[in-house]
Every structure is written in C-alpha cells, then in structure tokens.
Design a protein around this ligand. Structure first.
Ligand SMILES: [Zn+2]
Ligand SMILES: [Zn+2]
Length: 227
C-alpha cells in the first residue's frame, strides 16, 4: 500500500505493527516461489519416479486426494486453531495473527508484503511432505513403489493448490486470479471461515469443502437481518 493511502481495515494498526517486524530483505515473490517450488519439485520428482502407471496407481489419486482433504480439515481445526505441544508456531501464526488481520469483510491484503501473513513458511511445506512419507512407505509396501510415488505426487499437488488458492482468496476483489465463478465461490467459503464466531468449527477446508460437507461443518449463510 502507498504510504499516504489511508488503510481503513479494522486491523490496520495491528497489520502495520506486524509488517514492521518483517525483515527488510523479505521478498514475497521469493516466498511464493519457495513454497510452490517445493510442492512442484515433490510433484515432478514423484512423476519422474513412476515406472508404470496402471489402474492401481490411478485409483490412488482420488483416495490420496480425499485423505489430503481430511487431513486439511483436521489439521486446520486441531493444529491451527488449538495450541498443541510441538506445533505452537502453527497456532500462533494462524489464530491470533492471520485471523485477527483478515476478517470476513476485509479479507484482502493491501500489499504483496502481507503475503508473509498468508503463505506457509517453507519449513511447513517440507513438514507436509515429511508427513506424507510414512503413508507413501506403507503404500509402497502394500501396492508397490509406483503407487507410493503416485501418492507423493498428489501430496505435492495438493499442498501447492492449498498455497495458491489460499493466497488468491486474500487478493483484492478485482484481481485477475479471482475472475472465475468457482474461485469466487471458494473465496466466499474461506471468507466465511474468517468470521471469528465460526472460525473454530466451521469451513475448515481451505481448498475444496469436501469434508466440510461430509462432516456438516459448512457455516450458515448470514441472515439478511444481520449487520
Ligand atoms: Zn485465510
Ligand atoms: Zn482458520
């Protein structure tokens, strides 16, 4: 944001305070390239390791996708909205920072530097790949290496989708990346999660609200008489 442009967002003062703590050398483009780059590397490495792709490997794709969606739902509720030993940094960056800065009515970042508060840390992306590894090993033992690499490919694709989609939800309204109806729908789903009254229990899927639908955790739409 231009320095003499007035920032009228409810959390403007807090955002300014936290922006001041970001190291001067921080590059939002380098941050996005690092996190999405790791995801792409996992995806491409996995694809390159697959020898023969048959029906069993094909069946792994939807199963891995659903598992990732379930893990997203659970991790969001249990690690990002609750303080858990060993995972406190996830909570601290999410509930008292990301959620305080961006509310349902003021979801957009005002500058690229604010991507710092939206994107995952690069270590977090490594953590996701590491978390997928034991599942891949078990699959490798049961179904062979090609199934295991297919699973890791889905992990890389899914984590990259999460990163890019979450960023898009927090871009300004007229942004070209928000041009399609499906993205606007998914943006509204996530924006609703940014209502502090429902954030602990509702709209916990950030990418595709499959498990929000299965578990019945889709936040009710605003009643028209509400402010
Ligand atoms: Zn968000
Ligand atoms: Zn949240």
């Amino acid at each position: 944001m231009h320095p003499d442009h007035h920032d009228d967002r409810p959390a403007a003062a807090f955002i300014a305070e936290e922006l001041a703590k970001i190291p001067a050398r921080y590059s939002p483009i380098a941050h996005l390239s690092a996190t999405v780059g790791i995801c792409l590397a996992v995806l491409l490495l996995s694809v390159s390791m697959i020898d023969a792709f048959g029906w069993r490997e094909a069946a792994v794709i939807p199963a891995a996708f659903l598992l990732a969606n379930l893990v997203e739902w659970i991790a969001h509720r249990e690690l990002l909205h609750k303080e858990r030993f060993g995972f406190r940094v996830l909570y601290q960056q999410h509930t008292p920072r990301h959620h305080v800065m961006y509310r349902e009515e003021s979801m957009a970042v005002a500058s690229r530097r604010e991507w710092y508060f939206v994107l995952m840390p690069a270590k977090g992306v490594f953590g996701i790949a590491l978390a997928g590894a034991p599942v891949a090993l078990a699959l490798g033992w049961l179904m062979g290496a090609d199934a295991a690499w297919t699973f890791m490919g889905v992990v890389g694709f899914y984590a990259g989708s999460y990163e890019v989609m979450h960023l898009i939800y927090h871009l300004p309204h007229g942004h070209a990346a928000r041009g399609t109806e499906i993205i606007r729908k998914l943006s509204r789903h996530h924006a609703r999660h940014h209502d502090p009254r429902v954030m602990m229990t509702k709209n916990l899927n950030v990418t595709f609200p499959i498990f929000d639908w299965i578990f019945g955790t889709i936040a009710p739409k605003h009643h028209s008489t509400e402010p």
